[in-house]
Design a protein around this ligand. Structure first.
Ligand SMILES: *[C@@H]1O[C@H](CO)[C@@H](O)[C@H](O)[C@H]1NC(C)=O
Ligand SMILES: *[C@@H]1O[C@H](CO)[C@@H](O)[C@H](O)[C@H]1NC(C)=O
Ligand SMILES: *[C@@H]1O[C@H](CO)[C@@H](O)[C@H](O)[C@H]1NC(C)=O
Length: 179
């Protein structure tokens, strides 16, 4: 007895799935993010403040639990902002999301908007806890647009330089994405 023919729909879906798989790629991006909360050219501004802690709580900190900071941070190829090529911007916000000073953590919600090379015009979206004092933080990449449609991945973030007086920070980002 001959076996029944495979349904046409099944064949169609298989062909579509194979075409989708064939288009998948992955990439490693490396750049520096400059978060500048002070000075005339600040790239990070406090948009809402949490309650100020009592003076007895210790020395004043730059940010407090509940603060919301909106960012438009430049991304550059090298660590020197004035000498290095701009490759994109991180546009979004972070919230001071931990109460105690013991393990300070942000909730970082940002798009990375690329302006250079083959990813120009495409974005990646980050939504993550960021335990800022950890030597390496892992942030999930939850999506993307343009060339990065369907993106999934993660970022490893290291603090390259931090001025604890004015809060200016240079962060080294290694982004690994499948898309
Ligand atoms: C701020 O930006 C302006 C315009 O790009 C530039 O001329 C100036 O030097 C910058 N100031 C600082 C302190 O970086
Ligand atoms: C960054 O580059 C500028 C311009 O080339 C230079 O004057 C400055 O010394 C550099 N800064 C550092 C920390 O290397
Ligand atoms: C850190 O910030 C303070 C206050 O703005 C400034 O006086 C100092 O020069 C900065 N340090 C470095 C290494 O840039």
């Amino acid at each position: 007895m001959a076996s029944p023919p495979l349904p046409k729909l099944f064949l169609l879906f298989t062909a579509m799935a194979m075409a989708a798989l064939a288009q998948h790629s992955s990439v490693h991006l490396h750049f520096y993010l400059h978060d500048i909360p002070s000075g005339p050219n600040a790239t990070a501004v406090v948009a809402a403040s949490g309650p100020k802690p009592a003076p007895s709580a210790g020395p004043p900190s730059l940010f407090n639990f509940g603060d919301v900071v909106v960012i438009d941070d430049p991304l550059t190829e090298g660590p020197n902002l004035s000498a290095s090529k701009l490759v994109g911007r991180a546009q979004g916000f972070y919230v001071l999301a931990s109460q105690g000073p013991a393990d300070p953590a942000l909730l970082l919600t940002t798009s990375l908007v690329f302006t250079e090379g083959r990813h120009a015009g495409s974005t990646l979206v980050i939504l993550s806890r960021d335990a800022v004092l950890a030597p390496v933080r892992e942030l999930p990449v939850v999506g993307g647009s343009g060339a990065f449609r369907w993106a999934r991945g993660y970022v490893l973030v290291k603090t390259y330089a931090l001025n604890s007086t004015n809060g200016n920070a240079i962060l080294e980002w290694d982004v690994y994405v499948h898309y």
